[in-house]
Design a protein around this ligand. Structure first.
Ligand code: ADP
Ligand code: MG
Length: 253
């Protein structure tokens, strides 16, 4: 097998505040391989966002080791529930923000950004402000802003939670397709088990706080095409759903 992009070995982490210690994660170990799409599911407050903060280097684990094996100059992309688009900038200027800050904005980068905007139905909005876009379009623009930086690892922290159900289905499907097509390694945190099954190669289930790895489930669906709809109607889908549902509901008892 290929060398992992990310290796987490026996990670533990606690928050220390005036009111005391909160153990967030306990003895977490897993690896992520190049091109994999892995979802992390687990009860609210079990340490999922903390885990992404550790992977991105915003926090340091108290024990254990995180090793990243990324290609030169390539970075980690981070996408959150809020799109954090700047309201006073046009969509084009928003998606080009990263290269502009890094002083790496070239005509080539700009053309790449425009081609992504075109491919994902946002071309007619390039000169519009974010307030003129729907929630789903804004999330697509936020993903394109991240993709323009050519990340080799993408961290997605419940990026679809603020969208209504219908929009969530189509945006998560599009975003899954964009990520798979560009062969980026991705870690998605989600509450939505069906979303996790339809998008992932593997799902890691965390226990309630302090989060521990409870189970890892490889997902293999007989899909007719790469759409999320096809994934959701695959014959294996319900079995995976029931298995995950059982693992998660055990954590709420
Ligand atoms: P999840 O993303 O799974 O909902 P989090 O990683 O956000 O969980 O949080 C895990 C636990 O750590 C929660 O109990 C939360 O209240 C606590 N926590 C998160 N951030 C902080 C912080 N900055 N200071 C203190 N406690 C925190
Ligand atoms: Mg969270």
């Amino acid at each position: 097998m290929n060398k992992p992009v990310l290796d987490c070995k026996h990670i533990s982490f606690s928050y220390h505040t005036l009111s005391g210690e909160t153990k967030a994660l306990k003895d977490i170990s897993f690896s992520i391989f190049p091109g994999e799409f892995v979802s992390i599911v687990g009860p609210s407050g079990c340490g999922k966002s903390t885990l992404l903060s550790l992977i991105s280097g915003l926090e340091k684990p108290q024990s254990g080791e995180i090793s990243l094996h990324l290609e030169d100059k390539k970075s980690i992309g981070y996408m959150l529930q809020q799109d954090h688009l700047f309201e006073w900038r046009t969509i084009k200027d928003n998606v080009l923000l990263g290269p502009e800050i890094n002083h790496t904005l070239t005509k080539e980068k700009e053309n790449y950004a425009l081609s992504l905007l075109e491919e994902y139905g946002l071309f007619q909005f390039v000169n519009k402000k974010p307030s003129e876009l729907s929630g789903g379009m804004r999330q697509r623009a936020a993903l394109i802003r991240t993709m323009v930086m050519s990340p080799s690892l993408l961290l997605l922290d419940e990026p679809f939670s603020a969208l209504d159900f219908q929009t969530r289905l189509s945006v998560s499907s599009d975003i899954g397709a964009i990520i798979k097509k560009s062969n980026i390694t991705a870690i998605l945190i989600t509450h939505d088990l069906a979303e996790a099954i339809s998008l992932s190669d593997r799902i890691i289930v965390l226990s309630k706080r302090p989060g521990e790895v409870k189970k890892e489930i490889k997902i293999k669906l007989s899909k007719t095409d790469e759409t999320a709809l096809s994934a959701r109607s695959a014959p294996e889908f319900n079995d995976y759903f029931n298995l995950l549902w059982k693992e998660i509901s055990d954590e709420y008892e």
